[in-house]
Design a protein around this ligand. Structure first.
Ligand code: C2E
Ligand code: CA
Ligand code: CA
Length: 548
């Protein structure tokens, strides 16, 4: 575009027409003001005029308006043309439409700062946001909180149903999380199935802050607890949340680490729950990586062992549940509640579970040689990861063949959450195992989402009422009602019902009145090594035998 010294347009070329939409006749005689977008303040144009006056030159980005009304960014260079006498005769404007470049820049920015799958801010934006949140906390003295959210059993979905479904779930989770918070709060995806929420400016009163944060966390948990309708069907999910409060004195790394640790504690205490960061628990958690390294050695170094907990029908011993123990060289006996989740997440559960099954079969083989014990059954806990192994059925078959045991005496305990990962697949696999003669119990019954419909379809032999209901049957009418209903339901479906965690006579009385079939719990016997188990439970039988 060429103008005269008073900025009146003299000539424009074809490229001008292409970009602006104006042809030569429409603009010649006008000033470039016809192109103005209205996006710039007067100062911007004054600056431009000053630069032209002082240096005969201006260049920069400017928003202009096309004939169609559309605003667009251009990169513009204006050069003043001087006559020999020194006066300005013309201005020449050359510009490029930089819409695409701007868009690319925005895309790059988006890629760098946002997660492509969910559209949430990514780890990098999170870091920046938390830095600035802590910075402003130093000025305002207001408190804030970081919520570390990790989906429970996400790996299962991904491993068994494929990444497409996993992705669908993550997208939906991102949406639900965003609905739980105020606009000013940040929801970010850290990676995988980990999300972060930053809550800022929550006031200066810590007690008020805690109750406010608890409300939000409960909202988060309940929004992710329950059904997700995905392409492949309905998926049940839940999450564990770690909460770290922050104030002016904290560093970004420290706050993130604390929320992460608190999340681990939430997982360890059974998932689908939240925990606030607890400095006392820090010590134990720092060693989680150590624990993992140690766990890898547990099997080859023969540190694993099995305990047996008696199961009774009336006064008769009917068998035992096999409970894994890890005898750690420094820590002593480590509870499976502590290391099974770790074994699950690292995949170590597969060889470990395999070992448990083989040992259980070996024990059945030993019992088989004795009339006093040959009828006893063993219940073995099976993890999701283990059950989902492609060759699980074949493994079981080879195990049974190798020890020559009666498969009827082997009972696999599956949890509701395992069963629900892929119900069709589970039923099919259970059926194949059942054809081998193996039996099934549904563990921790009542804590999950199983409906009557599921119960009817699964080839089960037994349901195991979760100990949390048994604990308070004598005092809590709700629990009493639930237990009574479960027993009645089991009877209707012709399933054996066993109560776990039975500790008091009152519980036995209650359960007997409702005709619960079997019992397991400290009242009948603690989990114990096989020698003690034999001594505590089998001598009676042995005596009987010797009398006979
Ligand atoms: P679970 O299958 O629900 O096992 C019952 C747990 O309740 C056991 O804890 C047992 O010691 C405990 N318990 C039994 N009777 C009572 C009682 O009267 N009162 C109370 N308060 N507790 C009682 P444990 O042995 O620590 O096992 C914890 C969990 O670890 C088990 O829960 C099971 O899910 C898992 N687990 C144990 N062994 C294995 C295994 O070989 N493979 C897999 N995959 N998981 C295992
Ligand atoms: Ca069990
Ligand atoms: Ca149980």
């Amino acid at each position: 575009m060429i103008t005269d010294e008073r900025h009146r347009i003299l000539r424009v070329n074809n490229a001008f027409t292409r970009v602006t939409g104006y042809n030569s006749e429409e603009v010649v005689g006008q000033t470039p003001a016809v192109l103005q977008s209205g996006k710039h303040q007067e100062a911007f144009y004054l600056d431009m005029a000053k630069s032209l006056k002082d240096h005969n030159y201006w260049q920069g980005e400017i928003w202009n308006k096309r004939k169609s009304g559309e605003l667009y960014p251009q990169y513009l260079t204006i050069t003043a043309v001087q006559s020999e006498a020194g006066g300005i005769t013309n201005y020449v404007g050359a510009f490029t439409d930089i819409t695409q470049r701007k868009k690319d820049e925005a895309d790059i920015h988006k890629l760098a700062f946002y997660d492509a799958l969910t559209g949430l801010p990514n780890r990098r934006s999170l870091q920046e946001r938390l830095d600035s949140a802590l910075h402003s906390a130093r000025i305002t003295k207001q408190l804030g909180a970081v919520l570390f959210i990790d989906l429970d059993n996400f790996k299962n979905l991904n491993d068994t149903k494929g990444h497409d479904l996993g992705d669908q779930l993550l997208v939906e989770v991102a949406k639900r999380l965003s609905r739980c918070v105020r606009n000013a709060d940040m929801v970010a995806r850290l990676g995988g199935d980990e999300f972060i929420i930053i809550l800022e400016n929550l006031g200066v009163d810590e007690t008020a802050l805690i109750s406010q944060v608890k409300q939000i966390v409960s909202k988060v948990i309940s929004s992710l607890h329950g059904e997700f309708v995905l392409e492949g069907g309905v998926h049940h999910s839940s999450c564990s949340v770690g909460v770290a409060l922050f104030n002016a004195d904290d560093s970004t790394d420290e706050v993130m680490k604390r929320s992460d640790m608190a999340m681990y504690q939430a997982k360890e205490s059974g998932k689908d729950t939240y925990k606030f960061f607890d400095p006392d628990a820090e010590k134990t958690l720092c060693t989680l990586t150590e624990l993992e390294a140690d766990l890898r050695k547990a099997l080859p170094q023969k540190q694993l062992t099995l305990y047996f907990q008696a199961q009774y029908h009336g006064n008769t011993l009917i068998g035992a549940e096999v409970l894994l123990r890890w005898v750690h060289p420094q820590r002593g006996v480590v509870s499976p509640a502590e290391f099974i989740p770790l074994a699950e997440s690292t995949g170590l559960i597969v060889p470990i579970g395999d070992w448990v099954l083989r040992r259980a079969c070996l024990q059945l083989q030993l019992w088989q040689d004795d009339v006093a014990t040959k009828h006893l059954s063993l219940a073995v806990n099976v993890s999701a990861r283990q059950f989902c192994q492609e060759n699980f059925v074949e493994e079981m078959q080879s195990c049974i063949d190798m020890y020559g045991v009666d498969p009827n005496l082997l009972k696999l305990e599956l949890t509701e959450s395992l069963v629900l990962i892929d119900i069709e697949d589970t039923i099919e696999k259970m059926q194949r195992l059942r054809d081998l003669g193996i039996r099934f119990a549904l563990d921790d019954f009542g804590t999950g989402y199983s409906s009557l419909l599921h119960l009817k379809r699964l080839p089960l032999d037994q349901i195991k009422i979760d100990h949390s209901f048994i604990r308070d049957i004598a005092t809590d009418p709700d629990d009493a009602e639930i237990v009574q209903t479960i027993i009645a339901m089991g009877q209707n479906l012709r399933l054996n019902v066993i109560a776990e965690g039975v500790e008091y006579e009152e519980q036995v009385d209650f359960l007997n009145q409702r005709k619960c079939d079997s019992f397991q719990g400290y009242l009948f016997g603690r989990p114990e090594p096989i020698e003690q188990f034999a001594e505590n439970h089998c001598t009676y039988i042995l005596n009987q035998k010797s009398i006979a």
